[in-house]
Design a protein around this ligand. Structure first.
Ligand code: NAD
Length: 354
């Protein structure tokens, strides 16, 4: 296994350390040989090379079997909308260059974290959703314009039929292996690109008669997700809607620090927490490393077909939570102060349990 680690910025660097250590530990336990390389992306890459995605990083990515990524972003760019070179350009470019069009975001609540969410436990218990967020189209990649007087701006929301088809195929197949329910989220009452999305999904649904397909508008979906998360199983959605909806869904799992993701497509998979570089806690040693560790479980299962190894990671995380250990973001009023751990101590607890 040749794994490229791209820690990125802020807490990306802090949590990825633990994702990597988990890979090393699992490799030893199960007798796999693994080699690592490291590369720059985001603000750190701009500082070092002037480019948020240096050619060297892309070359290393192409040569790897899988990528473990942290997060990108720096407060300096968030507060300067006029900056031409930006960290997120690196992430968008690597997704496009590697053909990573499907972002899988499983939302599964560990029972031990029922009290960590702001949603009532009885609403949450048993929630288990798999999001398919489209990743290489939409307003992220459509033409961006600004008028000469700079007082008008637009971002083109664009989708091609093939882009909808290829991610919808993956979502339907996943639905077949789960509870055979798929909810496609769009805004087809207003947006032409959503009407293309809905037509395409409706057409494809005929190939999967065993899957019950539902179409929902994004505004309604945002409400239903909190009202009754158990009504969802596989959720298929476009890039922007998926971005927003899954941050919302992170509250079902207790915290942004719990949500892992897999970006897949043509060949190489990229695995990353859904959270960003979190300027507010970067450098404090308190970031939750579990989203990065859970991303490693996805890597074992999806890129390498190693289910036992993936389960060993999930079991170790579950055991750590069961033993009462929490980072600050997932602690609740019942957590003993002694059990509230920083990034390193939490990572160590998981390693010990592997
Ligand atoms: P964020 O995801 O970084 O943080 C949102 C909130 O969640 C913050 O309060 C943060 O402290 C908390 N949080 C996130 N991850 C956590 C963890 N592992 N443990 C504990 N708490 C955690 O989003 P933001 O604040 O909107 O953005 C910060 C920067 O990250 C921006 O520059 C943004 O552009 C970038 N960003 C990058 C990605 C990515 O790399 N995929 C995604 C989103 C945002």
């Amino acid at each position: 296994m040749k794994i490229l680690v791209i820690p990125g910025d802020g807490i990306g660097q802090e949590v990825t350390t633990w994702g990597r250590k988990v890979i090393e530990k699992i490799a030893v336990k199960f007798g796999h040989s693994v080699s690592f390389d490291e590369a720059l992306m985001g603000h750190v890459a701009i500082e070092a090379t002037g480019n948020p995605l240096p050619d060297e990083t892309l070359e290393k990515a192409h040569k790897s079997d899988a990528i473990l990524f942290g997060a990108i972003g720096h407060i300096k760019y968030d507060n300067d909308p006029t900056a031409k070179v930006r960290p997120e350009q690196g992430l968008l470019k690597i997704r496009k260059e590697l053909g990573l069009y499907a972002n899988l975001r499983p939302i599964k609540l560990f029972d031990e974290l029922l009290g960590a969410s702001s949603i009532k436990p009885e609403i949450l218990k048993g929630a288990d959703i798999l999001f398919f967020r489209e990743l290489t189209g939409d307003v992220y990649f459509g033409e961006k314009k600004r008028s000469e007087d700079r007082k008008t701006a637009s971002d083109l929301m664009i989708y091609h039929q093939y882009e909808v088809e290829r991610i919808a195929e993956k979502a339907f197949k996943a639905a077949q292996s789960r509870s055979k329910r798929l909810c496609s989220v769009d805004k087809a009452n207003v947006l032409e690109s959503s009407r293309l999305w809905r037509e395409t999904v409706q057409e494809l649904a005929k190939k999967y008669p065993d899957v019950t397909t539902e179409h929902m508008f994004i505004d309604n979906a945002a409400m239903q997700l909190i009202k009754d998360p158990k009504k969802f199983d596989v959720v298929l959605t476009a890039n922007l809607f998926g971005d927003i909806l899954t941050d919302e869904a992170s509250q079902i799992a207790g915290s942004m620090g719990m949500l892992a993701s897999a970006s897949i497509g043509d060949k190489i998979g990229l695995y990353e927490p859904i959270h960003g570089s979190a300027h507010d806690i970067a450098g404090k040693g308190i970031a939750n490393p579990l989203a990065s560790i859970l991303s490693v479980a996805l890597m074992f299962e999806i890129s390498f077909g190693l289910k036992k190894e993936a389960d060993a990671v999930l079991d170790a995380v579950a055991a750590t939570l069961k033993d009462g250990f929490r980072t600050k973001d997932i602690a609740d009023s019942t957590t003993s102060a002694f059990n509230i751990l920083g990034t390193e101590a939490m990572g160590m607890k998981v390693l010990e349990r592997i």
